[in-house]
Design a protein. Structure first.
Length: 272
């Protein structure tokens, strides 16, 4: 009876500690999310007021609208990231399992980052040359696109104007049924300290105090990337050094689309 009572008390204390940790995490989440939501809303309000106060200054109005649109984009990104995190933690996000063209997915990611690259004055370089060895795959292109865009977007955000973001796609291994691809995103930007790298996949983790304003970041991108890569059965590694740069490597296995591969081979076969 004494042992049972001791075990019961230990369990109660453990559950109380876990509840306290969860409550603290919830409070911290609400504090940060409130700040992150308020900032772009205040910015939009300020730009609209400035626009209304100068009805004859068309150049100023255009500038206000551009900045207001950028603030709304930041707000939308935050809301989408919070919803994605919530779905991932509750298990509501279901990965697709459908045929797709990897080359098309990579082109879509490049198109999504093009405007950001131009706006920040960063160069984007693709290291891959020639066609992909296996481009017709079966997997979840929607979530692969989200992973690659988040990494590329972060690389651009944390790079200096005039620097280069390097992206690469390589086939690591292949069997008759499966292809494992490695996606590399490297930059020579601000980099991360060793201490921060231990926490970089935690929600809202940001090393710089001014990251939310200077880099327009929410601190949720890497958390979402890590959870999606894990869900796809892949791995993600990081090599970073403060003020030198960061390199992320993502490896994901895909099933080869045998039907599309056979059809593509038939199309290329010369007529006799």
């Amino acid at each position: 009876e004494k042992r049972k009572e001791t075990a019961y008390q230990d369990r109660i204390l453990r559950e109380a500690r876990e509840a306290k940790i969860a409550n603290n995490a919830k409070s911290e989440f609400l504090r940060r999310i409130s700040h992150d939501i308020r900032t772009p809303i205040n910015a939009v309000q300020g730009y609209l007021q400035m626009d209304a106060a100068h009805p004859e200054d068309f150049a100023l109005q255009a500038d206000c609208w551009d900045k207001a649109a950028a603030a709304l984009g930041t707000l939308l990104e935050l809301v989408n990231n919070v919803l994605d995190m919530s779905k991932l933690e509750s298990g509501e996000i279901l990965l697709e399992e459908r045929p797709f063209d990897l080359q098309k997915t990579l082109d879509e990611v490049n198109a999504l980052t093009a405007s950001q690259v131009n706006r920040r004055g960063v160069h984007q370089q693709s290291l891959r040359t020639g066609p992909l060895p296996e481009r017709f795959l079966i997997g979840s292109p929607k979530h692969l696109r989200q992973v690659l865009f988040n990494l590329a977007s972060n690389a651009v955000k944390y790079s200096h104007p005039g620097s280069t973001v390097r992206v690469d796609t390589r086939l690591i291994s292949r069997t008759a049924e499966e292809a494992v691809y490695e996606f590399v995103c490297a930059d020579d930007g601000v980099g991360m300290s060793e201490e921060f790298q231990r926490h970089m996949f935690e929600p809202f983790a940001q090393e710089a105090e001014n990251a939310r304003t200077t880099y327009e970041g929410t601190g949720l991108g890497l958390s979402i990337v890590k959870r999606l890569v894990d869900a796809m059965g892949g791995t993600i590694t990081c090599d970073s050094k403060k003020d030198v740069g960061t390199t992320f490597r993502v490896r994901v296995p895909f099933r080869i689309d045998q039907d599309r591969k056979a059809a593509d081979t038939a199309e290329k076969r010369p007529e006799i």
